[in-house]
Design a protein around this ligand. Sequence first.
Ligand code: APR
Ligand code: ZN
Ligand code: ZN
Length: 361
Amino acid sequence: MAQQVQGVIAPGKNEPVRVETIVIPDPGPGEAVVKIQTCGVCHTDLHYKQGGINDDFPFLLGHEAAGIVESVGEGVTDVEPGDFVVLNWRAVCGQCRACRRGRPWYCFDTHNAKQKMTLLDGTELSPALGIGAFAEKTLVAAGQCTKVDPEVSPAAAGLLGCGVMAGIGAAINTGEVGRGDSVAVIGCGGVGDAAVMGARLAGAARIIAVDIDDRKLETAKKMGATHTVNSRTTDPVEAIRALTGGNGADVVIEAVGRPETYKQAFYARDLAGTVVLVGVPTPEMQLELPLIDVFGRGGSLKSSWYGDCLPSRDFPMLIDLHQQGRIDLGAFVTETIGLGDVEQAFTRMHEGDVLRSVVVF
Ligand code: APR
Ligand code: ZN
Ligand code: ZN
């Protein structure tokens, strides 16, 4: 029997979001219905609302979520009703060339639930990042559910579903930060702060946080930054070089997504260092570089997609570390809010006062 729940939709470009009744079908083959416990408010939700991702309105927003599996469809064996799970963007196929080469984050055949959730009048909803978890329940592909330790705080666990995983993974998976490395993180919002946390976890000796906002630099220190640079007043490339014996950092993580910060990352690395690009640029942005510098600098330039994570490997591991007190995922939760407060949370996010507002059901 299809069921009706409350969820937050973005009805049209730049229109305020609102709570509506959502119709959720029973899970079909390979699908699961999850009762959501918490869902973080991410920039990507705001981008959906602004029409910056695509025009498939109305969207059912929310995608950084944890909850309990309520029911599963035919053929689902990895999770069962009652399991506590963190949701991820897409289920991977496990069969394609990327999956077989151990890089499922580049899977050619990822998928979400096949059936659609709708409004009461039958209008089909597009779930944000294939999830749609600003809702009491949501329908996903069962492969989007990763079972984790049910003792963990759901608000902390849910954040692994997106930004925090992207940042930690940029450091530990893509950047392969090693013991004793020097790491610079340019842009210390939620993603950059998570990269700082990942660098500390990996044993980096120096972690240089760069931002244009002093409030962000203070938070980055709490996450593990050993040095901070305000790039509004100080040239970050020179500052990073000065803090690394004139060499540049072993790993530079860019978490803004702008030409000037891509360029800073390029020049702030050690000649044999790695640049990890996790900030997402817009399609029209361009970067011009002297080819001699591209040729003359060794090392590598990598982009990081969802922190190059393997949810089944990384979510339980990070939750274990959190439960042991070795990382604090709760540090990203600035406030908990209700389903009706999402529009206001977007405003606060825009003003830069919060790392994460988390909707709690
Ligand atoms: N130099 C340094 N820092 C900057 C600059 C700049 N020119 N411009 C903005 N920043 C800082 C902001 O002050 C803020 O602290 O970058 C940070 C961006 O943080 P958020 O807006 O909170 O964004 P976040 O969620 O962390 O995502 C960052 O990563 O995954 C991507 O799509 C995401 O592109 C986005 C980026
Ligand atoms: Zn695949
Ligand atoms: Zn997100």
